[in-house]
Write a protein that binds this ligand. Sequence first.
Ligand code: FE2
Length: 277
Amino acid sequence: MRIAFIGDIVGRPGRKIIKENLKSIRKEFNIDFVIANGENASHGFGLTIESSKELFSSGIDLITGGNHSFDKKKDMSVLLENGAVLRPHNYPDGVIGTGLKICDVKVDSDSEKVEKLAVLNLMGQYSMPIVDNPFNLAKKVIQELKEKNIKNIFIDFHGEATSEKRVMLMMFKGKVSAICGTHTHVGTDDLQIYENTAYLSDIGLTGCYDNVIGMDSYAPIQRATTGLGTHFEVPNSCFSILQMMIVDIKDGVAINSFKIKKLCNNSDLIITKATIL
Ligand code: FE2
């Protein structure tokens, strides 16, 4: 199966570039399933029901989350309850929703052939809300998935620290199909396949690319220079980017991976192949 992963979609500009490009990219590259982190998709903070509908109709199959998952709490509760959206699996017991979904992926558009794909959404602990240990939980979940003979496993690890993300790779290389980091909004240059696991520390945002992590620069500069916090806003217009990680998985193994970047001012796609380790 060929899956695609889109990182933090930031506000309307992020949703717009997806709406304008995802379906054609999906068709051109024969992508079977698209996962996207949507915790910043509505006004930069959280996810509304309306935005989720827009993303699903633009070609996204499953939405993951992070530390902003509950910023639009009322809408998120509905989305989590009906299972359309994930939040980090390591939120403590008692928090609504789940961070694990076993999906049926139609792998050949001309037939009814379906394969299982487990998507696991986790959150790091450095500079994040108080959550359970993501590494110990991942170990337990992966073991349970293997016992159910589910081999295709994709992890969205939402974290601030690249070191935590590398730990996740070193613990689960060869055991899961792919691990992709989200949250920093800045893409890293370390796409690789390490012992059959596709890995990228952070895919980077989809949205405005010409400011501070997708937000108008005014408030971040005010905060940096005065120490006073003001509300961050998503710009009305900007230079936008769509960034996707593509992974080909066979029997749980990542056999190929590359990254696609689509810039708003250029019809050509920028494609970067994974380093094989
Ligand atoms: Fe985040």
